[in-house]
Design a protein around this ligand. Structure first.
Ligand code: GDP
Ligand code: ZN
Length: 466
C-alpha cells in the first residue's frame, strides 16, 4: 500500500463537549513540528508536560498536557505528539488549526479517516484483523461486542489464524520438497502422513470458523422482519423483547417511506428489526381497492420486499384471540421460502392458549402475551436458536463478514487438496497449489498480501482521528 509519509494531525476525541479533548500528530520525524509549535521546549518521551498551547503571536489558546511518543514506541509506530486540552469543539478546532498552520511548511496535513491506524498497520504495530478490531471496539453497541473486539485487538484471533497458517506452511514444505524429487512422490502421502496432517488442519479450520461465526453474530447481528396487522401488538412485543434493553431502543428513520429500523439486543446480540408497516398498509389498500398503486408506492413496496428477502428471520405476529385475517394470508403467500418464519400468536391472555413453541412444517409457532410478558423467554430462545447462537461461555473474538468469507474459501481449498490427495495418480503439484491458496486466504485476514483496494475500503470506514 502506498504510504504517504507526510505528518498528519486530527482531533482524536469525539466531536462535541467533554472534559478533555486530544489533538494528535503523527509523523516519521516530528522534531521540526514540535519546534514550530513549542520552540526550544524539549519533551521527554512518554512524560506528561503541563504547558500553554499558544498561537503564533504568543496568545494562549489553552493550557494542557503534551505527551511525546518517540518512534517506534507509539500507536502509529511513528513519532506522535498528543496535545490534551479542554474538550470544547471551538478550543479543539483552534488547537488543530494552530498545529496545521505551524506545520504547513513541514507538510503537516489533516489525517484521513483511519489514517493513524493505517500507519500502525503499515508499521507492523497491528495486523489487519487487529486494526479492524480497533474500529469494532469503538463502534461496539453491547458489552459482549466490546469484550470480543478487545479480544481480537489483543491478537487472540490473529494468533489463531497464525497457528493455522503455520500448519499449512509445514505441510507445504513437505510437499514442495518432494516435488523436487519426483521418484519419491509415489509414497510421499503415505510416509509423511500428509492426509492425516490435512485432516488436522481441516478440523482446526472448522473450529475457527464456528467461533468466528459466533463472533460475527455479535458484530453484525440478526436481521429481523416484523410483520403483522395494526393493533396485533408489534410495539408491545418489541418492548417486551427488549426488556431492560429498552433504554437503547433507537428508532432510525428508514430510507423508504414506511420503513423503520430499530435495534434491540438479546444476550448481547443485536437484532436489527425492520417494521413492515409499508407492506401491511399497501397490501391492505391494494387488496381492498383491487389494484392501482402509484409508482412511488410501488418502489417503496419493492424495497421493503427486498429487505424481507435479505432477512435472517421473519416474525409474523398474529392475534391468537382472532386467528389470521385475509390480509395476513396475502402477506404469508409472499414470504420467501428461503427465510425462516416464526409465527407469533399474541394475546394468549385473551385467547386462553398456553405459552408454547410448536415447530410445524410451514413455520415455528410461538404463543405469547406481549402485554403480560408470557412466553417471551421462549421466543428469545427460539430467536437465538435460529441465529445459531451457542452460549459457549468461551470468550469470543469479534469477526467480520470478510473474515468468514476468507475462512470459507480456505476451507474450500483444503477440500480440493483432500480430493487430490485421495486420487490414485497423486497430483502432488495440484495438492501443493491448493495449500498455497489456502495460505493466501488465511493471510488475507491478518493483512499479509492484502490488496491496496481492500485496505483502502477497510480504513476509510474508520472515524477521523483514529
Ligand atoms: P401494533 O399496532 O401492532 O404495534 O400494536 P400495539 O403494540 O400498539 O398494541 C395494540 C393494542 O393491543 C394495545 O392496546 C395493546 O395494549 C394491546 N396488546 C398488545 N399485546 C397484548 C397482549 O398480549 N394482550 C392483550 N390483552 N392486549 C395486548
Ligand atoms: Zn398507500
Amino acid at each position: 500500500m502506498t504510504y504517504d509519509s507526510s505528518p498528519i494531525t486530527a482531533i482524536a476525541t469525539a466531536p462535541g463537549r467533554g472534559g478533555i479533548g486530544v489533538v494528535r500528530i503523527s509523523g516519521k520525524d516530528l522534531h521540526a513540528v514540535v519546534q514550530a509549535l513549542f520552540g526550544e521546549q524539549v519533551f521527554k518521551p512518554r512524560h506528561a508536560t503541563y504547558i500553554p498551547f499558544t498561537q503564533a503571536d504568543g496568545s494562549v489558546i489553552d493550557q494542557g498536557i503534551a505527551i511525546y511518543f518517540k518512534a517506534p514506541h507509539s500507536y502509529t509506530g511513528e513519532d506522535v505528539l498528543e496535545l490534551q486540552g479542554h474538550g470544547g469543539p471551538v478550543v479543539m478546532q483552534m488547537l488543530l488549526n494552530r498545529c496545521l498552520e505551524a506545520g504547513r511548511d513541514l507538510g503537516l496535513r489533516l489525517a484521513e479517516p483511519g489514517e493513524f491506524t493505517q500507519r500502525a498497520f503499515m508499521n507492523d504495530k497491528l495486523d489487519l484483523a487487529q486494526a479492524e478490531a480497533v474500529s469494532d471496539l469503538i463502534e461496539a453497541s453491547t458489552e459482549a461486542a466490546a469484550k470480543s473486539a478487545s479480544q481480537s485487538l489483543s491478537g487472540v484471533f490473529s494468533n489463531v489464524i497464525h497457528n493455522l497458517v503455520e500448519k499449512v506452511v509445514h505441510l507445504r514444505m513437505l510437499v514442495e520438497a518432494t516435488l523436487d524429487f519426483p521418484e519419491e512422490e509415489i509414497d510421499f502421502l503415505e510416509k509423511s502422513d500428509a492426509r492425516g496432517q490435512l485432516a488436522t488442519i481441516q478440523a482446526a479450520l472448522k473450529q475457527v470458523f464456528e467461533q468466528a461465526a459466533q463472533g460475527a453474530l455479535l458484530r453484525e447481528g440478526l436481521n429481523v422482519v416484523l410483520a403483522g396487522q395494526p393493533n396485533v401488538g408489534k410495539s408491545s412485543l418489541l418492548n417486551a423483547l427488549a426488556g431492560d434493553d429498552i433504554a437503547i431502543v433507537t428508532p432510525i428513520a428508514g430510507t423508504t417511506r414506511d420503513k423503520v429500523t430499530e435495534t434491540i439486543h438479546i444476550e448481547g446480540i443485536p437484532l436489527n428489526i425492520i417494521d413492515t408497516a409499508g407492506i401491511r398498509h399497501h397490501a391492505d389498500e391494494h387488496f381492498e381497492a383491487g389494484g392501482e398503486i402509484d409508482l412511488v408506492e410501488a418502489i417503496g413496496i419493492e424495497r421493503t420486499w427486498a429487505e424481507v428477502d435479505k432477512a435472517d428471520v421473519i416474525l409474523h405476529l398474529l392475534d391468537a384471540s382472532r386467528g389470521p385475517t385475509r390480509a395476513d394470508e396475502t402477506i404469508i403467500e409472499r414470504f420467501p421460502d428461503s427465510v425462516p418464519v416464526i409465527r407469533i400468536w399474541n394475546k394468549i391472555d385473551l385467547s386462553g392458549h398456553h405459552a408454547s413453541v410448536d415447530v410445524m412444517d410451514d413455520a415455528t409457532h410461538v404463543y405469547v402475551s406481549a402485554q403480560d410478558h408470557i412466553g417471551i423467554d421462549l421466543l428469545r430462545k427460539e430467536l437465538l436458536r435460529i441465529a445459531g447462537w451457542q452460549q459457549t461461555g468461551e470468550s469470543l473474538y469479534l469477526a467480520r463478514e470478510r473474515h468468514l468469507i476468507a475462512l470459507k474459501h480456505a476451507h474450500e481449498h483444503l477440500e480440493n487438496a483432500a480430493e487430490y490427495a485421495a486420487q490414485n495418480d497423486q497430483s502432488l503439484d495440484l495438492f501443493a497449489e491448493e495449500l498455497r491458496l489456502t495460505q493466501d486466504r488465511l493471510n488475507s485476514i491478518t493483512g499479509e498480501f492484502t490488496s491496496d483496494d481492500l485496505l483502502g475500503v477497510i480504513f476509510s470506514r474508520f472515524c477521523i482521528g483514529k
